[in-house]
Write a protein that binds this ligand. Sequence first.
Ligand code: PRX
Length: 629
Amino acid sequence: MRIKDLVDYQKTYELSVQEPEKFWASIANEFEWSKPFTKVLDWDFNDYSVKWFEDGQLNITTNCLDRHLSSIPDQAAIIYEPNEPGDAAITLTYRELHARVCKISNVLKSQGVQKGDRVCIYMPMIPELAIAVLACARIGAIHSVVFGGFSAQSISDRINDSACKVILTTDGAVRGNKMIPMKETVDDAIALCPSVEKVIVKRRTNTPVSMLDGRDIWWDEAESEAADACEPAIMNSEDPLFILYTSGSTGKPKGVVHTCGGYMVYTAYTFENVFQYNPGEVYFCTADIGWITGHSYLVYGPLLNGAISVLFEGVPTYPDAGRFWDIIKRHQVNIFYTAPTAIRSLMGMGNEFVTNKDLSSLRVLGSVGEPLNEEAWHWYNDKVGHGNCPIVDTWWQTETGGHMISPIAGITPLKPAYATLPLPGVQPILVDENGKEIEGNGVNGNLCIKFPWPGIIRTTYGDHDRCKSTYFATYPGLYFTGDGCMRDEDGYYRITGRVDDVMNISGHRIGTAEVENAINMHTGVVESAVVGFPHDIKGQGIYAYVICEHLPENDSLMRKDILATVTRVIGPIAKPDKIQFVTGLPKTRSGKIMRRILRKVAEGEFGSLGDTSTLLDPGVVEAIISGAL
Ligand code: PRX
């Protein structure tokens, strides 16, 4: 069901709104189901529940792998580009990937993993990470991938929340010129995780690691002994496929649950249409599989379409800021999908890294994760796309499973910094503070979605009430995205950023409360308040206001100590860019911190603080401003 032109998009969109069940059923029927579905959709946004293709049965890996064995067995499925540019790239064909996934499926089974068990995966960007994900899906185990940059504490929180039975990891990782311990971090993490029975360790760096007899096993040995065929588990469409933890405005990160049937249909459909993927094209998504972009558009979406997906282990600046462009040339990449923060940082390093590169293979460029500002859009368009490649600025979220508002490459007329128009099946609506619909064009509001799509979040693991209250209670009857949005005179959508207490740091979602909790764990800290502020490269930076028991004697050491605590509790991505020691925080009489004021101060806008009359002690604000100057 591929959209051919703008008129076709409009017709398809109309159909998807008027007859959503018919529309999605026809797409879903293009896949292999072990038992066809007869019911398409059952939903309720008030007492939240959504079920797609409910009585159908399938295995997503049959559709990612087995289905391609008769047509393209020897075509590349994954091209692994190692960290070192001098090391040979490794290609896994569909046949090879299938065999290796089957082997690891058998390894997992032999270690006692059964359908429905949770398996944590904490690995760097090597092919075995994709293999681990698919092996879980093949046997019906629910994978929970934890991004390789998270701390031991974060891993154990995630493992404990869903009681993972097994964890897969590596001895170490290499990123740029850094060596990073993985197994050691896992050892620290699982000291606090009673549910973990086995640790499976892939060798990557040959760093010495401790291997506990009876608990820890080597991946390579186990894989070499395993059979290369494994029958896929038959899953109900609504059985969970994976859990992925993401931050919200309050509390600990929550486990977003996606299910087998709907997620498959949605990621496959959006991948093919948004990128207008043609068979045989090489596609390169720079996201880590530890985030939703890697799940949906490095692993599942591309493989469901029989695509060739490049998996890059390193960083964009190693050995220099031309690495992405060298990879594009080396593998003749046609479609390139990255994040605004990467574009901005490469832009800042000078054009000499990009101008002399051969980027003639490129056909489509993509962006994801945060607003793509106009300056970066133009640089991407001119220097990388040479004005010939449409840029698809894809707006979506961990919870949406796949793209929601996005251009369709080469079809939707573009506007820099706009996500443009909703994809078929997506019904956006803007509402005001009171939940009243804001109609017409040339308006701003809170972005909600009023009708389910197959990739929508099903629940937050172990706590369905949290799912209901986070997404469906703010504006009853609507899914609330947490984003602010503008709809211009042409009906085009532009995402303006989060309207809740979630920050977007280099495209990573981090809750202010999470960082505050980590800072507050530091000895001598009484209280803290964290806000985001505009940052040239990262999009947003983290600004922390910290009250200590005694004003620190050595400010700079105390700052470093706090950063060390945040790194230990969450990971380096959550380290504040600025820490200001204060003696009080602006609070209302009811004790609520007025973050609006703190955000203004962090932005350096001291003159326009707005109404401060409800503050308990307005003097606090002056002290904060003089400390910030
Ligand atoms: O604020 C939006 C921003 O990223 C948030 C979702 O973050 P996460 O769940 O980590 O998923 C990121 C990858 C899909 C959104 O609520 N965001 C994502 N894409 C865009 C964006 N903001 C503006 N433009 C985008 N294209």
